[in-house]
Design a protein around this ligand. Structure first.
Ligand code: NAD
Length: 319
């Protein structure tokens, strides 16, 4: 397949592009290299791809540039580009979230609709569309039909973009599929994410800052599982919305216990819970299993060990 991967210099996009190349596909990657985190990390993410003859890179902005040349001849679009991060999405920076999440997605969908050769458009959605289940669905796994009540401005923009994908499918027959990722981790994880910050602190002998009591739970998903879900989405005829979780719910305190075993002593410094943070996430992945044959394969201990090994190698470059 001739694929387009947006956000290719990012954490998930770079892993996905590598996997597609491994599987024999041709990949055009696009990224605008936002300054959300260090450029060196993004350049490192692209290091393996740059040597691949079936990979090419376009430094373009989905929110402003002409997207027709990017879509020309592309059969599958994997839309990973976004302004990620829950906590910074309040206040003035919301404009960036609107631009890079909502406007960029709408422009990509328009270009894909006009183009006519796109067999599948896979959108990187998020568990943040559900919001906080303590005030929502209760202590049950989040199901695709659960209410979507985002708890942060970031979640609002991810849901808006997902709804746009649904609209373009229903109105114009564009085959879109949205994968609601649940907290993805592994090598190259963004430096603002909890595991990245925790591992960096432990490796430097600094205290680990935990917001809240640490009993909040997450359905952690290893990056190769999220990538496989994208490949499954391309290969299946399925469209619509699917949860992509890691298969187990773990509290931050339990994850820190595991990190202590893998990386060394953990000293915790507690901070106040932050606006936008949800108490728990838990994915019901039965629909993805049935329609995409998606099964998470990497357990937390194995995945966390791989991330610790990567951060140990890169320590000098993390900010
Ligand atoms: P990331 O920040 O590492 O990668 C996103 C990339 O998109 C960046 O390299 C950025 O420069 C690029 N980008 C942003 N706006 C752009 C634009 N207008 N034009 C071109 N490129 C642009 O983020 P990530 O963690 O790899 O997340 C990838 C996707 O998965 C995002 O859509 C995110 O919302 C979603 N997601 C991630 C997680 C997670 O746990 N990492 C969870 C749920 C959903």
């Amino acid at each position: 397949m001739r694929c387009l991967v947006t956000g290719v210099a990012g954490f998930i996009g770079s892993h996905l592009a590598e996997r597609l190349i491994e599987l024999g596909h041709e990949v055009l990657g696009v990224d605008r290299f936002t300054d959300y985190y260090a450029r060196e990390l993004k350049e490192g993410n692209l290091a393996r791809l740059r040597g691949e003859p079936r990979f090419s890179l376009s430094t373009a902005d989905l929110a402003t540039d002409d997207l027709r040349p990017l879509l020309s001849g592309r059969e599958v679009v994997f839309h990973q580009a976004a302004q990620a991060g829950v906590r910074p999405s309040w206040g003035q920076s919301f404009e960036v979230y609107l631009r890079d999440n909502v406007l960029a997605t709408q422009r990509l969908l328009e270009a894909a609709r006009a183009h006519g050769h796109v067999r599948k458009l896979v959108y990187a959605s998020s568990s943040s569309v559900y919001g906080d289940p303590s005030g929502n669905t209760g202590d049950v796994p989040m199901h695709e039909s659960s209410r979507t009540v985002p708890h942060s401005p970031y979640g609002v923009t991810k849901l808006a973009a997902e709804q746009l994908c649904e609209l373009y499918r229903r109105n114009f027959g564009l085959p879109t599929i949205s994968l609601r990722y649940f907290t993805v981790y592994g090598p190259r994880q963004r430096p603002d994410m909890a595991f990245h910050r925790f591992i960096a602190a432990v490796l430097k002998g600094e205290p680990v800052r935990v917001y809240g009591d640490g009993e909040q739970t997450r359905d952690f998903t290893y990056v190769s599982d999220a990538v496989q879900a994208n490949v499954d989405a391309m290969e299946s005829g399925a469209v619509g919305v699917f949860n992509i979780g890691g298969g187990s719910r773990v509290s931050l305190n339990d994850a820190l216990g595991l990190l202590g075993e893998l990386a060394g002593p953990v000293r915790v410094e507690r901070g106040e819970p932050q606006p936008g943070d949800v108490r728990r996430t838990w994915a019901d992945t039965a629909a993805a299993r049935a329609a995409l044959r998606y099964v998470p394969r990497v357990p937390l201990r194995e995945g966390l060990a791989a991330q610790v090994a990567w951060q140990t190698r890169r320590l000098g470059l993390c900010r």
